[in-house]
Design a protein around this ligand. Structure first.
Ligand code: FAD
Length: 464
């Protein structure tokens, strides 16, 4: 029986010749040193929630899920830190930190993100982004096993330049086994909701919201944008846990579930359009209600959602492209026209609200997508994830975003191509590609996915 691994949203199937789940660093070293038993390319796999084949391999997959040991250090006057093995998921890390009144600096929504992936891949969070919206920017030390099986380490104190490269390395320089990151006392957050017709929005208004908010995401439903803005408060209030639970249910179940039911059972396109319109109206009503009641209050770690139990039919997928914040509003308007035209031509449109994340300038990783300035993203989201129509939409959306100077992510923007990365990351993409070649001259970690994307195109390894 061949090994078959399917990712969270069901769109990516990997058939590695070998799957190995090490429990110690020495075991990872022996895997990398033995191509005869563990054929190339070797890929570390976290919880396999990426939306691209970045964790897939036809050779060897190192399943990191048995490595979850951790320690919390509160003795350092410069701030508390969490040191954990790479397989610990942030939802697990957050539960342990909570016992000591602590939280992660960036509580990304995806609770199943492993710390190994968080340290060396791209992440995003708009609501904790007071300083940085990328988890890796708070990682102060990374330890990994090189493609040759040796131990290596980079830290903010001793080797910041190397750390900057490893933060964007996607496992191409080896397998991360331990990560240290800054943590802080738990904060209470209050979110307010401001619905605005897209056609009435002005750049000044978006700028004002952008600069005055501590954190912000925007949900666009039809032609109404709802700005969810973060404010810090001192006390959570009695309703916060109920409000957090309701928010989790919405993301983990309700939204995708209803969108899915509408798509599956309302076959007539005209009727489906009307029903979807009704669903979107209900969502708008929900946001208006939230506005009326003054918003919701939650503890920051409650933003983290555990997607492990989500049923297949309730799952959703998305894409993410970042745009310089000054260009976001015109691009949003063009996107709405693009999505309408696509719907007229094909009968397909994403059935969930369009997301947008505000992320401030951040140069901590070579692959930071806000390296050159603040960004606001466009994230089409869809609940039936295996539909060929969704793929076609994604490919056309990539071209739309590429033409408008957008920046894609390697783990969250499906169907990206080398030309997209070369245009978006420019010299940094060449620099990363060259560095990868020096770190892994024989291509032990190089899958066809990465070989095609790196610039110039590289040839995957041939084991001797
Ligand atoms: C429903 C849903 C919601 C999401 N929400 C968010 C969100 O709010 N914010 C966000 O940023 N992302 C989000 N994502 C995207 C996803 O979380 C990221 O793509 C993330 O990288 C997945 O982490 P993982 O542990 O599953 O990594 P995997 O998908 O398993 O791996 C990602 C990459 O990291 C490499 N890797 C993994 N572990 C190691 C290691 N130990 N050493 C070296 N390389 C390693 C893999 O080879 C691969 O290239 C979401 C995804 C889904 C499906």
């Amino acid at each position: 029986m061949p090994n078959v691994i399917v990712n969270y949203d069901g769109t990516i199937t990997s058939t590695p010749r070998v799957i190995v789940a090490p429990e110690t660093v020495e075991q990872i070293q022996s895997v990398l040193r033995n191509p005869a038993h563990y054929p190339s390319p070797v890929r570390a796999m976290g919880s396999n929630h990426s939306l691209t084949p970045c964790a897939a391999s036809q050779g060897t997959i190192i399943d990191i899920s048995r490595m979850k040991r951790f320690s919390i250090d509160t003795s350092n006057p410069a701030g508390a830190t969490l040191t954990a093995q790479a397989g610990l998921e942030i939802v697990e890390a957050s539960q342990e930190l909570r016992k000591q009144g602590l939280q992660l600096m960036t509580n990304v929504e995806i609770g199943n993100l492993t710390l190994g992936s968080a340290a060396c891949c791209q992440t995003k969070d708009g609501l904790d982004g007071i300083e940085f919206g990328q988890v890796g920017s708070y990682v102060t030390r990374i330890k990994w096993v090189t493609p040759a099986g040796d131990l290596a380490e980079a830290s903010a104190a001793e080797s910041p330049d190397l750390l900057r490269m490893v933060r964007g390395s996607y496992g191409l320089a080896g397998v991360v086994y331990e990560v240290t990151l800054r943590v802080k006392p738990i904060e209470t957050l209050h979110f307010t909701y401001l619905p605005r017709p897209v056609d009435e929005l002005t750049q000044e208004e978006v700028d004002q919201l952008y600069t005055s908010a501590e954190g912000m995401v925007c949900w666009t439903i039809g032609r109404t944008s709802v700005f969810q803005v973060r404010h810090r408060v001192d006390h959570p209030g009695v309703l916060s846990s109920i409000q957090a639970a309701a928010r989790k249910r919405l993301w983990n179940y309700a939204d995708a579930h209803y969108a899915h039911i509408i798509d599956q059972f309302v076959a007539n396109k005209g009727l489906r359009d009307a029903v979807e319109g009704g669903f979107m109206d209900a969502e708008k009503l929900l946001f208006s209600g939230l506005r009326l009641f003054g918003g919701i209050t939650v503890l920051a770690p409650d933003k983290i959602i555990d997607y492990r139990q989500t049923k297949q039919q309730d799952r959703y997928a998305f894409t993410f492209w970042a745009f310089p914040r000054a260009r976001w509003l015109p691009v949003l308007r063009e996107y709405l026209d693009f999505a309408d035209a696509h719907f007229k031509a094909t009968g397909f449109r994403p059935n969930m609200p369009l997301g947008a994340y505000r992320i401030l300038r951040d140069t901590n990783s070579i692959l930071s997508y806000s390296h050159d300035g603040d960004i606001f993203s466009l994230d089409p989201i869809h609940s039936i994830v295996d539909a060929p129509e969704w793929k076609q939409f994604l490919v056309e959306f990539n071209e739309f975003a590429f033409q408008r100077g957008g920046t894609p992510l390697l783990n969250q923007s499906p169907w990206i191509e080398r030309r997209h990365l070369e245009a978006a990351y420019g010299q940094r993409w060449t620099e990363l590609s060259e560095w990868v070649r020096t770190m892994d001259p024989y291509g032990r970690m190089l899958t066809p996915f990465f070989a095609d994307l790196l610039s110039p195109k590289l040839t995957p390894a041939q084991d001797k």
